[in-house]
Write a protein of this length. Structure first.
Length: 202
């Protein structure tokens, strides 16, 4: 598993120069009218960009919550960082998978996976009608929303099965490959400053 992670890291760094970067200061905001004037509501934050594909803070938070619940552990900054790295790895694999013209995912495969997921969700909710009530959408609408991410997951899984699991590489070979990357081709992380203030009301 450790070696697979190193291989995926090589894929990340094999993307175009400066195409993988993290940012914490870029936020998506919504202006809302208030009695005192205008205020801003933070909707989400872009925490990473991988070759033009963004990763939102809400995606990382959701993964952290899922892992924490599954492993019965408390969320932490370390877990959040691991979750972000995991999502970056997934994006890198997906980007390479999309460029691989030899990979074929049929509509039947996608539909079969979606049907299985709908069946599991319906069982958890109690019935399809309760599932629709829970999501506020029809089953057809839920299936339509699931189609793109499910296809991406199947495509990335097939790429990993065909190209990554059969690779045999030593840690020294990975280090040698990284050392060959020109320093000016490595992505530059922006400076991060966190500021807090206390307002004393009269």
């Amino acid at each position: 598993m450790r070696m697979l992670s190193l291989i995926v890291r090589a894929l990340v760094n094999n993307l175009t120069a400066r195409s993988v970067w993290a940012v914490t200061s870029f936020v998506l905001v919504l202006s809302a009218g208030t009695v005192a004037g205008q205020s801003e509501i933070v909707l989400d934050e872009i925490v990473a960009v991988v070759d033009g594909e963004i990763i939102l803070k809400s995606e990382v938070d959701a993964l952290v919550i899922g892992v924490a619940q599954q492993q019965q552990i408390a969320p932490s900054e370390e877990l959040w960082g691991d979750a972000l790295n995991e999502l970056v790895d997934q994006k890198a694999i997906l980007i390479h998978a999309r460029k691989d013209t030899t990979l074929m995912i049929s509509p039947e495969q996608v539909q079969g996976e979606i049907d299985q997921r709908i069946a599991r969700l319906s069982q958890q909710a109690g019935s399809e009608s309760k599932l629709e009530e829970l999501y506020g959408k029809t089953v057809a609408e839920i299936k339509a929303e699931l189609t793109p991410p499910v296809r991406d997951q199947l495509l990335a899984g097939e790429y990993q099965r065909q190209h990554l699991q059969t690779l045999k590489i030593t840690p020294s070979e990975v280090r040698e490959w990284f050392h060959r990357i020109p320093q000016d081709s490595l992505p530059t992380l922006p400076e991060i400053v966190r500021v807090a203030h206390v307002v004393r009301m009269p």
